[in-house]
Ligand binder design. Sequence first.
Ligand code: SIN
Length: 335
Amino acid sequence: MFKSICAFAASSLLLASASLHAATDQGVIVIKFAHVVADNTPKGQGALLFKKLAEERLGDKVKVEVYPNSTLFGDANELEALTKNEVQLLAPSLAKFEKYTKALQVFDLPFLFDDLEAVNRFQKRAKGRQLLRAMEDHNIVGLAYWHNGMKQLSASKALQLPADAAGLKFRIQPSSVLEAQFNQLGATPVIMPFAEVFDALKNGSVQGAENPWSNLYSKQLHTVQPYITETNHGVLDYMLVSNPRFWYSIPHQVRTELEGIIDEVTFEVNRQAEAANQADRARIAAATGTQIITLSDEQREAWRKAMQPVWQEFEGVIGADVMKAAQIVNRNKRD
Ligand code: SIN
């Protein structure tokens, strides 16, 4: 009897919390998915594919509203909005979670991953999967990693060697690792929301930035940066996140279907991201006004040497175990 009263109380509580947290519009669960990039990027396409599949398969139960280009929330407030359930899905760049966990800063370390394949291996292995749950105490749950691509350095002057960056101001994402990376070069890092980067580069308040090709092209940043050095010095990837109170209030069957859809979308985003970046690189190469600088092995080694001291600086906060797990994916190419 006591057991069944408890069970009844627990299920009533669950129902009450479901109605509290799963925002419904006449019985349909509304999922707002906000992000800061354009539709024609790996993340933008992923958000639209998630909406399409979710509404095709669960249209009587789920409605997905996608807000690209910082139109609902931007870098400054989107994670706080998520924890307050004002938005239900985000996919911030991994550099934007520092306030909630230091471990994810492993992704910002310069020259840690050889390429996107290595990043992919790390994300699939135990340590990478573990990091998806690193922010649950802050009411943030990671659902998947989505790729964008490797970052390139752009500037108002040609950057062949690290010394060329000294004295310039570079826009960065809010990450202490990225701050330290530019300090190593004798440059000045300036934290700025993504939505403001084009104007800041255009009016010269910063002279450089680091972005993957897809962000450079979709925001037309190359039109205000005459030089892009193909450094591939770091990765810009995303974590698809929700808030657990919302996510686990979705009825089990619907949530299971949504999680299956997320797996499919993740596979597609990650399969296409590299090709999308290379297509945007080709578009920029074909445009007039921007020179793409490719580095010799010796020049790239000089950039690595200049930036790599940052690893040691951050080993204590990121965790030696996390950094070690990330380093071995370059050598071990089995999966
Ligand atoms: C994004 O790709 O979501 C934006 C990354 C940035 O702020 O540079």
